[in-house]
Design a protein around this ligand. Structure first.
Ligand code: JCF
Length: 693
């Protein structure tokens, strides 16, 4: 059974066609209400899209069946009763979706545009603007005399909801704009939540034992619809502009735009965030290249996108192309593989993490999600598992976005349950080492009490220490760690550095060459930095940022190990829980022993003076790194700059002091040149560090 069989009923031939159409009305209305109004979708987006397209196809074959209340004839859900209704001065359009995620999706669009414009093969390629398609919710921002007077959701495209109070809480939305601006300006764009903000929000909800949000878009929609703007303000939202609604005409003194790209540049100059990936593209081949390029970087973007948008650049041509019902002929959304899919839960396993936390993990009928095949997805903890009502045998919605671990976001309860459905129970003893499992009061997590007696915890501790962002032992992955720990060759971190060629070569499937490579990688990892080493120790609550702050403040490991809780609290961003955790860690004799043995094995780093005395020559300077540097990795360059007090940001703005550019630097370099920001190469950066020392 494929994951869609639950819903799929093949479109019947003509007689049954009408009945099927009515059934689709019912389903789509129900799903749209759950999605837009209740913020509680019961099926993945891809399934909704599929049914929607089935209905569109039926209606195309039988135009006489189309009724005004068909889900295809309106765009969103009804506005909520509690918010004032806003009639849009210009209807808010939806955009046609090209679900064909292959190159042919772009070719089909280009071919339609050329045909409508009456172009022949002899004519030059059409110029388009290509932009990422944000997975958020559409918003209309109305400015009068430069002041934000109203923010409204799309609603059904004609009438939306007045959510001005909530939108005002978004830092990226200008409350007032100045310069050569039209007296009436409506800016359209997408309100969304960044992935890291979403993860942090859900983590907080999880710790409080409260309901988590299904995905960033739902979290954003929930925040926008908060009647209490105080709560909305605590939900971190972001905004990107992609178009305009009503704008004072040129005759009345408004701007005279001729291209969509020019319009976006103008919005940017007025202070609206516009995606840095926005670019012009000529003809289908460049659209395809864009779709592939953005698709390849999709996991690295800080926000979810579900596709890219192509628009005809010339506004005159846009007008010429016009609309079909509510969809412009001059624009299309070209999708990527869905980030949510439905599949069956085959079992629920329990994994033991580095800190002993027991995580229920769903074993799945493998399914293609967000560009890869997923066969396991986290259920986080027992309470979330119960809240979501996941049982073995259920059909579950699985989500994978970015490099975040795939998770089960809920179950589909419309289908029949398998006969072998069973409830999940948290084991009372650790499935790996047999130690007792406990759950502290007011804690949502169950933990194995085995500590480093538990091989699962030892394995995770080793993997944590060896990861790229810690001391980085290249090639030491989970398979190898399993072998080393299960074989009793490595029990503690220092054991890693006592490995010899013969012990390694004795391992299953370990060729001489691989053994040598591992030894070399271990040798290389000995030369590290204090923040990496500290982070690698795996002290609870000490992430990379905290490790950096500690290293900067105290300068040496001994100073940190001997610091009192009070002294630790003096470090910016370290609170009582983190201070206590660090103190407890170094109070354990065996932890100190591990540190001493690692040092004895030759693990070293340069130690500095405490922060107060080290000069911070680049303090207050902001850098952006782009492209491939000739010798330094980007992480290494970032470390060097931060050590000198500089801030390293992700995107170029007027506040950027330097852009450090390597080869194949793309839009960030272009942006720097456009804004007149200084561009330097690696050698110039190293010189800058020397000079200012
Ligand atoms: O990013 C988006 N979700 C997005 C939606 C971008 C666009 O340029 C759009 C859109 C919806 C309608 N343009 C239109 C006309």
């Amino acid at each position: 059974m494929t994951n869609l069989d639950l819903f799929a009923e093949p479109a019947p031939a003509d007689g049954a066609g009408h009945a099927r159409m009515l059934a689709l009305h019912g389903l789509l209305h129900q799903y749209a209400h759950q999605y837009y109004v209740l913020d509680a979708p019961s099926v993945p987006d891809a399934e909704y899209d599929r049914l929607f397209q089935e209905l569109q196809a039926l209606e195309a074959a039988h135009p006489e069946w189309v009724t005004a209340d068909s889900p295809t004839q309106r765009i969103g859900g009804k506005p909520l009763e509690q918010f004032a209704a806003v009639h849009h001065a210009e209807p808010m359009l939806s955009i046609r979706t090209e679900t064909d995620t292959e190159a042919s999706g772009a070719q089909a669009f280009d071919a339609r545009v050329r045909k409508e414009l009456g172009l022949t093969e002899a004519d030059p390629p059409v110029e388009y603007v290509a932009e990422p398609k944000f997975d958020g919710l559409a918003m209309n921002l109305r400015y009068e005399q430069g002041v934000l007077v109203q923010a409204a959701t799309r609603g059904d495209g004609e009438t939306g909801e007045d959510v001005t109070q909530n939108i005002r809480t978004i830092g990226q939305v200008p409350l007032r704009i100045t310069g050569q601006i039209p007296s009436v300006l409506e800016v359209r764009g997408e309100v969304y939540m960044r992935r890291d903000d979403f993860e942090a929000l859900n983590e907080k909800q999880r710790e409080k034992g409260e309901k988590t949000f299904v995905n960033p878009r739902n979290a954003a929609a929930g925040a926008v619809r908060q009647l209490d703007s105080g709560i909305a303000a605590q939900r971190p939202l972001s905004f990107f502009a992609y178009g305009v609604g009503e704008v004072t005409s040129a005759e009345q003194g408004g701007p005279a735009f001729s291209t969509h790209f020019g319009l976006l540049q103008t919005l940017k100059s007025w202070g609206f965030p516009v995606a840095e990936q926005v670019t012009t593209a000529h003809g289908a081949p460049e659209l395809i290249a864009y779709h592939q390029r953005i698709g390849a970087s999709r996991d690295q973007l800080p926000y979810d996108i579900d596709g890219v948008v192509y628009k005809v650049n010339s506004l005159v041509l846009q007008q010429q192309l016009g609309f079909v019902t509510r969809e412009p002929r001059w624009a299309v959304a070209h999708k990527y593989p869905a980030q949510e899919q439905v599949t069956r839960v085959l079992g629920i396993d329990v994994q033991v993490g580095r800190t002993g936390k027991l995580t229920p993990v769903a074993r799945l009928d493998p399914v293609f999600v967000g560009g890869t095949t997923v066969s396991n997805a986290t259920l986080h903890n027992l309470f979330e598992l119960r809240r979501k009502g996941v049982r073995v045998g259920d059909m579950a919605i699985v989500r994978r976005a970015g490099d975040v671990i795939p998770e089960v976001v809920g179950v589909v309860n419309s289908g029949p349950r398998a006969s072998y459905v069973q409830n999940f129970r948290m084991p009372r003893t650790c499935p790996v080492c047999g130690s007792a499992v406990v759950r502290e009061k007011a804690e949502v997590n169950h933990r194995c009490t085995g500590g480093l007696f538990c091989s699962a915890q030892r394995k995770q501790a080793i993997l944590h220490f060896a990861q790229r962002r810690a001391v980085e032992v290249e090639g030491l992955g989970d398979k190898l760690v399993d072998q080393l720990v299960d074989g009793g060759v490595v029990n503690t971190l220092p054991d890693l550095y006592r490995l010899g060629l013969s012990a390694l070569a004795a391992l299953d499937r370990m060729a001489d060459k691989s053994a040598q490579n591992l030894l070399q990688a271990l040798e290389q990892s000995k030369q590290t930095t204090l923040p990496r080493f500290l982070f690698g120790l795996g002290i609870r609550h000490v992430g990379e940022a905290t490790a950096k702050a500690l290293a900067r403040h105290f300068g040496s490991l001994d100073a940190i190990m001997d610091a009192t809780a009070e002294q630790l609290l003096e470090v910016a961003d370290i609170g009582p829980i983190v201070a206590e955790s660090i103190r407890t860690f170094f109070d354990q004799p065996h932890n100190r022993e591990v540190v001493e043995q690692l040092r004895a094995c030759g693990v070293t780093w340069a130690e500095g003076e405490p922060a107060a005395q080290t000069p911070k020559p680049l303090a207050g300077k902001t850098f952006v790194i782009t492209g491939t540097l000739p010798t330094l990795g980007r992480d290494a360059a970032k470390d060097l700059l931060e050590a000198a007090g500089a801030k390293v940001a992700g995107s170029v703005s007027k506040k950027t002091d330097y852009v450090l550019a390597g080869t194949e630097a793309g839009s960030k370099l272009a942006k720097a040149l456009e804004l007149g920001v200084a561009v330097i190469d690696e050698a110039a950066m190293l010189a800058l560090l020397q000079e200012s020392n």
